[in-house]
Design a protein around this ligand. Structure first.
Ligand SMILES: [Zn+2]
Length: 455
């Protein structure tokens, strides 16, 4: 078995392009790029690193983002008030809803400038430009603006600078490769169950670009260009929405057949395979295989990393555990190789299951996770509340955010000895809070009508 050190060095060689060009790393980048295993940095060391990372980021946004500075002044907090990690709860949190309150057209570009820390490159907005047109212009000028959408059809737009985005792409790959150790090998075959990173501004797809550097051959389930306006239209329950969904439904059947053929071919050749992305697609693949009595036994040659929503139909969720059992039964992929990843467009923290107990480990060298009650106070350990975070990696927007996700957090993992805090294995949206997530918009667009759904 390859030694962990050699394993990560090989990964770093493959992911060289994501390393910051500048010689000086930010404190958060030190927490991401330097440790061999981010999830095994001893607690005391991680606390120090995280303090430096978040203090640095807070000062940066306070000084360079006038909207956030105003927000801090309203809350009577300045960077001088943050003297240790005990003071982190003083840092004002932006509600995730804020990133949905954008206007359209020219004003959309101005709104982005408000959110953005520093100077946005200047672009020319034409009258008929839609959101993707505007985003693409900024992205050609050096930014990486991406979005996610919720069931209301409102998008969450997050402006990252290229460096922050590269940091995120590196970190997501490192989180996955670390946790699946010793599974990962460059000489293997991948299937991305997300939109093509190179043809979309959807964050869940775009952030997976590093998959193509980490693995020699990656197929993409959703290869067509996917635009914000199309997602919005497809989600509406009118004639146009139904027509778009009908067209997509036909493509879905082809997509499932393609994945099944891919499985057959690589099983026959005894290749190593991995899937990354939305669980519902693989769920439909497995349903189809089971219906036809076709089973595989990939064993240690297969791995699955899921991300996003666990809704399969409008009215049905599958549990993460149920999914793992299905993957073992139908594909022969062991539960230790079937992990879930929790992340969101607003942040650069990638929480991932440990193979031992499937708890979500928090990358504690640069990212502070918190659980907040309705009064904005932190709840006691193990109690339910809203997930909030301080992200030291985000340099282009203030990544101090309270989300609508409901979680429980524990200081120690009940199942393994990694020294990070953990979230319970499954994250749900808080009641009354809008459904969204990496996979949810994809699911609504692509899977609504599958299996006689009730869109
Ligand atoms: Zn664990």
């Amino acid at each position: 078995m390859v030694e962990f050190k050699e394993y990560i060095s090989e990964m770093n060689r493959r992911l060289k392009k994501y390393f910051p060009e500048s010689d000086s790393l930010t404190p958060a980048e030190e927490g991401v790029f330097k440790p061999l295993d981010v999830f095994r940095v001893p607690k005391k060391e991680a606390d120090e690193q995280r303090y430096k990372a978040i203090k640095y980021a807070f000062k940066h946004h306070y000084e360079n983002n006038s909207f956030y500075r105003k927000f801090c002044k309203e809350n009577n907090v300045t960077p001088d008030d943050i003297k240790s990690i005990k003071d982190f709860n003083k840092i004002p949190l932006v509600p995730d809803q804020f990133f949905k309150t954008y206007p359209s057209g020219k004003e959309f570009a101005m709104w982005l400038a408000t959110v953005y820390t520093g100077e946005l490159p200047s672009i020319v907005v034409k009258r008929n430009d839609d959101y993707d047109d505007i985003i693409n212009k900024f992205n050609e000028a050096g930014l990486v603006i991406s979005y996610s959408s919720g069931t209301s059809g409102r998008h969450t737009f997050i402006p990252r600078d290229k460096r922050t985005f590269y940091d995120a792409e590196y970190m997501i790959a490192k989180a996955v490769i670390t946790m699946v150790y010793p599974f990962w090998e460059y000489d293997s075959y991948g299937y991305l169950l997300m939109p093509n990173p190179f043809k979309t501004n959807v964050f869940a797809g775009k952030v997976c670009g590093s998959y193509f550097d980490a693995v020699k051959d990656v197929q993409v389930a959703m290869d067509r260009e996917l635009k914000a306006d199309l997602i919005q239209a497809a989600m509406k329950n009118n004639l146009k929405g139904r027509i778009i969904r009908y067209a997509m439904q036909r493509e879905n059947k082809k997509m499932i057949d393609k994945i099944i053929n891919w499985l057959r071919e690589h099983y026959k050749n005894e290749d190593k395979i991995s899937f990354i992305g939305a669980p519902f697609i693989l769920y439909f693949v497995m349903e189809e295989l089971e219906k036809n009595g076709e089973y595989f036994d990939f064993g240690e040659n297969g791995a699955i990393v899921t991300g996003g929503g666990w809704k399969i139909f409008e009215d049905r969720r599958i549990s993460v555990e149920e999914f793992r059992k299905k993957a073992e039964k139908i594909l022969g992929i062991p539960p230790e190789n079937c992990l879930d990843l929790y992340a969101m467009v607003e942040g650069n923290g990638f929480m991932i299951h440990c193979p031992e107990g499937h708890y979500l480990h928090i990358p504690h060298t640069y990212y502070q996770a918190m659980v907040i009650d309705e009064n904005g106070e932190e709840v006691a350990e193990g109690e339910k509340g809203r997930f909030a975070f301080l992200d030291g990696l985000a340099m282009s927007y203030p990544g101090f955010i309270i989300s609508g996700d409901e979680v429980r957090m524990y200081e120690e993992c009940p199942a393994c000895d990694r020294p990070t805090p953990v979230l319970e294995p499954e994250v749900k949206r808080a009641a009354g809070s809008e459904m969204r997530g990496c996979a949810e918009e994809m699911r609504r667009v692509l899977a609504m009508d599958m299996g006689g759904g009730n869109a």
